[in-house]
Design a binder for this molecule. Structure first.
Ligand SMILES: [Fe+2]
Ligand SMILES: [Fe+2]
Length: 188
């Protein structure tokens, strides 16, 4: 489905940003505070509000609608639960970063440790979706057909709502290529 290809492309954008963050964390936090903050905004807006919400409200909801078995405890509910785990961890990091900025320098170690945890968590989550959950959706679509026809208009509505977030992500990626190609993961 085109919808699956769009989500997988968004995963690549997210994975590249995780590499950038891992590189930032090699430097003392005070030296990269602005960049870490804008990365957190990206996670908040692009990952949680845009990508994860699109999965929850459109893609996974379509899967559950076509196969009621997926409403029971299983892979789709597990992915939604993982989104919540990610949101909670991100909130914790944002709160601690605000405290760090207001003078609690002793929080640097725990902020970095939580950010490393977030990086590992999202990598793992994306891997599960790319290799398993999206394949379940593709098989389902082979059976019931019409996934793109049903979901693409909703994807487009979401893209319109988050146009600015998508533009910022694209601009950032362009600046990476121009200014810091060493931060990009090697192409396969
Ligand atoms: Fe997800
Ligand atoms: Fe995803």
């Amino acid at each position: 489905m085109i919808c699956t290809a769009i989500l997988m492309e968004e995963h690549q954008t997210i994975l590249r940003r995780l590499v950038v963050l891992a590189n930032l964390l090699e430097t003392p936090l005070t030296g990269v505070l602005g960049s870490v903050e804008s990365t957190l905004v990206f996670f908040h807006k692009y990952v949680d509000e845009f990508h994860h919400l699109k999965e929850e409200e459109i893609y996974f909801a379509w899967m559950q609608d076509k196969d009621s078995f997926l409403n029971e405890d299983g892979p789709v509910l597990c992915m939604n639960k993982e989104h919540e785990i990610g949101r909670t961890l991100l909130e914790k990091i944002e709160t601690d970063l605000a405290l760090f900025k207001s003078g609690q320098a002793n929080l640097e170690k725990s902020i970095k440790s939580n950010l490393y945890q977030y990086i590992a968590f999202l990598n793992d989550h994306i891997q599960k979706e790319d290799s398993a959950i999206y394949q379940v959706a593709e098989s389902l679509n082979e059976k019931v057909q019409g996934g793109d026809a049903e979901m693409l208009p909703k994807f487009e509505q979401m893209a319109a709502r988050y146009r600015e977030t998508m533009r910022e992500a694209l601009e950032f990626e362009k600046s990476l290529v121009e200014e810091s190609p060493r931060w990009l993961p090697p192409t396969p």
